[in-house]
Design a protein around this ligand. Structure first.
Ligand code: GTP
Ligand code: SPV
Ligand code: MN
Length: 587
């Protein structure tokens, strides 16, 4: 396999000269190629074969224990000007960073195979899809890219002789956390990632391309690249809506994207278009249309079980890769929450003996499954639609034990942008560092926006001004806790009740009352029949606590100030209006 594309050929020659691999393999994306990649990895111990009867074509990978999550402190946006990266990103001078990286990449693939992985983000047929080429010395990365993207010949053919592709250079290096950098060069649409083989650090089509580089391209070209799931919902009457939801990493996107409505919602149909990333642009009808740039799920394993997410479970039964979960003695993958009864014995994610008496989890909290999206039992046929699907609502959210009520609706677009921009969430195991610390995570994009958040909020404001058919905006919080430290809301399938109210609001139905922070469901407007959520719990879930919001408001002000002149005036207007409305709240 090779190409007539001169720009691509020349770049591959350059990186080959730099990294000096023993062999160069151009990935064609075929099943046969996937099979031989797996075979090589099983032979060298990179992959372990799982029980092929129960788990056909499924394999297991244990990554280096120091390489199990995204590394935000080692992720850089190397824009020409520092202010373009903004306070939300680590910045480094592009020339200096490239010099440093060239030192690391110099000869790093000696004795290794270099895989050239052409991929397409978005349906092959879509004019809105984008091509990238990842060069990597990891067969594990190449195999994952086959599941996660439209990879190989089809991508090369779509590229043709065009120079419009993202160049991603990746090497696992020595997996040394001290020699690890995930770098983005937004102006030249390049990515250079060294020293990690895991997830968003290494599968460059995902967060590096489809969010960090694409967000910059989207701003330049008038569209949006967002950390959002895409879900279709059809009522028994046949009315169909699509919603997008932006929740931070490990805060429920994959789960909501595959929601199974509860018994009270008989006749409703949920369809999954995407579980992590949405690219959105206006259609000729003035509505915002979304495509899912990905072709697979790289989902959080722990907590994924028959009761919480049967759709995900069905998706990952075959043709999937499991990373850092546990393995049972009869070679089945296992993680906390997969079954009610844990296995009596397993090998944990570090390769150690594990029993239910162990004081450590068997699976790493950020262990993942890589599964083809089309295997999802509720996969929408629109996953392949060139123009995507029209979006009725944007839902922002986070993981917050306090402050944020179960659901509220923004008064209008700019208020909604403010609500999204001020979203805060407890950190999770999806990135290295402390877990459970509340931080601002605007639009769930804190780790993923390739430019200054001030400019990003401005772009959002401008996108809303383009059409009077822009989506309605909501905020949800499935994670509010009671005094006993337990979640107040049952979550998962029961989230359908909140979606139901949201959809009603999209067609100007659904009773609401105005509060200082937005519209909330009027008494009885949220269908709770069949749940054990009583009036007292509901009051706690919906409470807008004056003390908490005073603290919140102070935090929001501080955040806005930290962006100086880059923060749009509209955001300050929203802050002032909120502060004024909250004045009226009785303490
Ligand atoms: P990324 O892939 O990192 O972007 O994560 P995600 O946003 O797709 O999160 P995911 O759906 O995988 O959920 C992460 C964790 O949150 C899992 O352990 C879930 O079981 C849990 N979770 C998801 N939805 C809910 C919910 O409604 N309530 C509660 N309590 N937990 C939930
Ligand atoms: C996330 O952290 O939001 C993920 C996993 O979806 S990763 O691909 O590692 O970014
Ligand atoms: Mn994600």
């Amino acid at each position: 396999m090779t190409t007539t594309n001169q720009a691509l050929k020349q770049w591959i020659e350059e990186v080959t000269a730099l990294t000096q691999p023993d062999t160069v393999h151009w990935c064609d994306g075929s099943d046969a190629e996937y099979g031989s990649l797996i075979k090589t990895m099983v032979a060298d111990g990179t992959m372990e074969e799982l029980d092929q009867k129960k788990w056909p074509n499924c394999y297991y990978h244990r990554s280096d224990p120091q390489d199990v999550a995204r590394v935000e402190h080692l992720t850089f946006i190397c824009s020409e000007k520092e202010e373009d990266a903004g306070p939300n990103n680590n910045w480094a001078d592009p020339e200096e960073m490239k010099d440093k990286l060239k030192g690391l990449f110099d000869g790093c693939m000696k004795g290794r195979t270099m895989y050239v992985v052409p991929y397409c983000m978005g349906p092959i047929s879509s004019p809105h899809s984008k091509i990238g080429v990842e060069v990597t010395d990891s067969a594990y990365v190449a195999a994952n890219m086959k599941i996660m993207t439209r990879m190989g010949t089809q991508a090369l053919e779509k590229l043709g002789d065009s120079t419009d592709f993202v160049k991603g250079l990746h090497s696992i290096g020595e997996l040394d956390p001290e020699r690890r950098y995930i770098c983005h060069f937004p102006e030249t649409r390049e990515i250079m990632s060294f020293g990690s083989g895991y997830g968003g650090n290494a599968l460059l089509g995902k967060k590096c391309h489809a969010l960090r580089i694409a967000s910059v391209q989207a701003r330049d070209e008038g569209w949006m690249a967002e950390h959002m799931l895409i879900l279709g919902l059809t009522s028994p009457e046949g009315e169909k809506h699509y919603v997008c939801a932006a929740f931070p990493s490990a805060c429920g996107k994959t789960n909501l994207a595959m929601i199974i409505p509860p018994a009270e919602y008989k006749g409703w149909k949920a369809e999954c278009v995407g579980d992590d990333i949405a690219w959105l642009r206006y259609g000729e009808d003035g509505r915002l249309w979304a495509i899912n740039p990905e072709a697979g799920f790289f989902g959080v394993a722990p907590g994924t079980g028959a009761k919480t997410n049967p759709g995900a479970l069905e998706s990952l039964k075959t043709n999937s890769i499991f990373t850092n979960v546990a393995v049972t003695d009869d070679k089945q993958p296992w993680w906390e929450g997969l079954t009610d009864e844990p296995p009596a014995h397993a090998t944990d994610w570090r390769g150690n003996d594990w029993t239910p008496a162990s004081d450590k989890p068997a699976a790493h909290p950020n262990s993942r499954f890589t599964a083809p999206a089309k295997q999802c039992p509720i996969a929408s046929p629109e996953m392949e639609a060139a123009e995507g699907v029209p979006i009725s609502a944007f839902i922002f959210g986070g993981r917050r034990a306090t402050t944020a009520p179960l659901v509220y609706q923004a008064f209008d677009w700019n208020h909604g942008v403010y609500v999204g921009a001020m979203a805060a969430s407890e950190t999770t195991a999806a990135a290295t560092g402390a877990v459970g610390v509340v931080r601002r995570d605007p639009m769930a994009m804190k780790p993923f926006c390739g430019y200054n958040f001030g400019d990003y909020f401005q772009h959002w404001i401008e996108m809303g001004a383009k059409s009077d058919k822009a989506p309605k905006i909501f905020h949800v919080n499935w994670f509010r806790k009671g005094d006993d430290g337990k979640f107040l809301w049952p979550g998962f399938g029961q989230n359908m009740r909140v979606l139901d109210w949201i959809l009603k609001r999209c067609v100007d139905a659904g009773d609401a009352v105005e509060t200082p922070i937005g519209y909330v469901p009027a008494d009885g407007a949220l269908n709770l029949s069949g749940t054990n959520v009583d009036a007292d719990t509901m009051a706690k879930l919906m409470d807008v606590n004056p003390d908490e919001w005073k603290t919140e408001l102070a935090g929001e002000k501080e955040y806005l100030e930290s962006y100086g002149d880059d923060m749009p005036k509209e955001m300050w207007d929203q802050y002032k209006a909120l502060a004024e409305r909250l004045q009226g709240v009785k303490a």
